[in-house]
Design a protein around this ligand. Structure first.
Ligand code: UGA
Length: 443
């Protein structure tokens, strides 16, 4: 199988490189010629562990070709659609890129011989493959889906920061379509790709496959919002500690221990966009998605818990220096999209605080976004120097190693708010630090 990947963002590039790692020839197409040039020279346009190494190996082996000429006939057997589906103002997804790429692929189908499979990896609401993508492909190609070419929905479940691993070891593969032979062809392909490690493959309709992606992300986000709600209860209970509660409920196998880390809320390019999109989709078809809406509301309020705790420590924030350790929406990424650091910074500034931030990877992006609104530190110690209070915003490993003594020696006043539960409260308190944490009640 020769593969084309349309859209070289985080999903597309990781998909392309991981197929190359398995020995497949891939052509990556992206309309952004600057991005294509970067990739061609072996530089990943975003931070993703082990992606760049894989990219260089793929280029060296001659397995990955890239082009910004989307009309090129890539001589491939299958085309993945991996373009973005950004949010419209009402939360629903904007299908501009999807429509564009469907039209491009449709035109290339005109001149293709042999049966070509088109696979939708982009996150799209139920009905998009059948009602939007299929008609465009058929119109441009003058051919019929299921007869002259194949079309399947094939959502991705890659986590940022673990995307290369997830691409290599998926938990399951979801394939949606209306032609049994398309579903079988794609199943056979994935059996070839993953061999003995092939996970369970679920073959279903386009719509179920599309909904599985949203139901999956919504459930995970809901689980985090749920534990954050419990954390807020614990916070106000003498002796309460969400860590103990999460462990207690996580051992129930029906609940499971993953995604029960309480904190300042979820962010990133997926959960916020996807929950808003499925909620807007529900509204459009007259179904209220109450639990999803509640998860969104809990999450909107959660970052402000950090500011509340800072105020509990030091009172009026005017003129106070607040150090934020971590700016990215989660560790191992430089991504600031919907990061909780953004509303935290906005609120601190509104209250007259002076903010200094440090992040191991996200500072270049933060400088573009925040300009001179905050100061940027060159290390964690530089960040907390002379600060009145420090907030742990992202749980990077390097922050976990900072000892209470370092905070004591470096800060103007030793106040620490652990927004991600990375420190042992008793060690910090015994050292003489005024310490509070999300989901930790008074002792
Ligand atoms: C998420 C899903 O986990 C992927 O399966 C999916 O493919 C991806 O969205 C997508 O739709 O493309 P990602 O956005 O990279 O992946 O991030 P996660 O690791 O899922 O974390 C999401 C947010 O939840 C982060 O802000 C993280 O800090 C927060 N989180 C996660 C918690 O606050 N507590 C937890 O216990 C777990």
């Amino acid at each position: 199988m020769r593969i084309s990947v349309f859209g070289l963002g985080p999903v597309g590039l990781v998909t392309a490189v991981s197929f190359c790692k398995k020995g497949y020839s891939v052509v990556g197409i992206d309309t952004d010629s600057y991005r294509v040039e970067l990739i061609r020279s072996g530089d990943a346009p975003f931070f993703e562990p082990s992606l760049e190494t894989g990219l260089r190996e793929a280029l060296d082996a001659g397995l990955l070709k890239t082009t910004s000429d989307s009309s090129v006939n890539t001589e491939s057997d299958m085309s993945y659609i991996t373009v973005g589906t950004p949010s419209s103002p009402d939360g629903s997804i904007d299908l501009t890129y999807i429509r564009g790429v469907a039209s491009t692929i449709g035109k290339t189908l005109l001149s293709r011989n042999g049966y070509h499979l088109v696979l939708v990896k982009s996150t799209v609401t139920p009905g998009t493959a059948r009602n939007v993508i299929k008609p465009i492909l058929e119109k441009e190609a003058h051919k019929l889906a299921g007869t002259d070419f194949g079309l399947c929905s094939n959502p991705e479940f890659l986590r940022e920061g673990r995307a290369m691993y997830d691409a290599e070891f998926p938990d399951r593969i979801i394939i949606g379509g209306e032609s049994q032979s398309d579903l079988d062809k794609l199943e056979a392909f994935y059996n070839e790709v993953y061999g003995a490690n092939t996970p369970t493959i679920i073959k279903t309709t386009y719509e179920n496959a599309e909904l599985i992606k949203y139901a999956n992300n919504s459930f995970l986000a809901m689980k985090v919002s749920y534990i954050n709600m419990i954390a807020n209860l614990c916070q106000n209970i003498k002796g309460g500690d969400v860590e103990h509660v999460a462990k207690g409920i996580g051992l129930d196998r029906r609940i499971g221990s993953l995604f029960l880390r309480a904190g300042l809320g979820w962010g990133g390019s997926c959960f916020p966009k996807d929950l808003n999109a499925i909620s807007a989709y529900g509204n459009n078809i007259g179904v209220k998605t109450a639990l999803i809406n509640a998860a969104i509301t809990v999450n909107e309020n959660q970052p402000l818990k950090a500011v509340e705790l800072v105020e509990r420590h030091i009172g009026d924030l005017k003129g106070k220096k607040i150090a934020l350790l971590g700016l990215a929406f989660k560790p191992d990424t430089d991504d600031l999209r919907e990061a909780v650091s953004i509303p935290i910074i906005a609120t601190l500034l509104e209250k007259g605080a002076q903010v200094v931030g440090y992040d191991p990877a996200a500072i270049p992006n933060a400088k573009i976004l925040l300009r001179d609104k905050i100061q940027f530190a060159t290390s964690p110690v530089d960040c907390i120097r002379d600060a009145d209070c420090c907030v742990i915003v992202t749980e990077w490993d390097e922050f976990k190693k900072i000892s209470p003594a370092v905070f004591l020696e470096t800060m103007r006043r030793p106040n620490v708010v652990d927004g991600r539960r990375i420190y042992d409260p008793s060690a910090f308190r015994q050292a003489g630090i005024k310490f509070s944490a999300i989901g930790l009640g008074e002792t």
